[in-house]
Design a protein around this ligand. Structure first.
Ligand code: SF4
Length: 69
């Protein structure tokens, strides 16, 4: 499973950081950036994506098929 953050959609709320602080942090522009996705399991990545009110976290399987949103 792979995740990406759409910086145009991210509004810096930080839900993802609160849910999975080893995976996300906010950068100097208050946009989420990805740290270490392998530090949590796939379900946690998916749940973290679901915490985003802007659906700015895109989840794909290993073949590039979009799983969420
Ligand atoms: S929850 Fe969504 S909008 Fe908030 S910081 Fe994370 S990616 Fe950005």
């Amino acid at each position: 499973m792979k995740i990406r953050v759409d910086r145009d959609l991210c509004i810096g709320v930080g839900n993802c950081v609160a849910y999975a602080p080893t995976v996300f942090e906010l950068d100097a522009e208050n946009k989420a950036v990805i740290l270490d996705p392998s530090s949590v399991d796939d379900n946690t990545l998916l749940e973290a994506a679901k915490t985003c009110p802007e659906s700015a976290i895109l989840v794909e399987d290993d073949k590039g098929n979009q799983l969420y949103p």
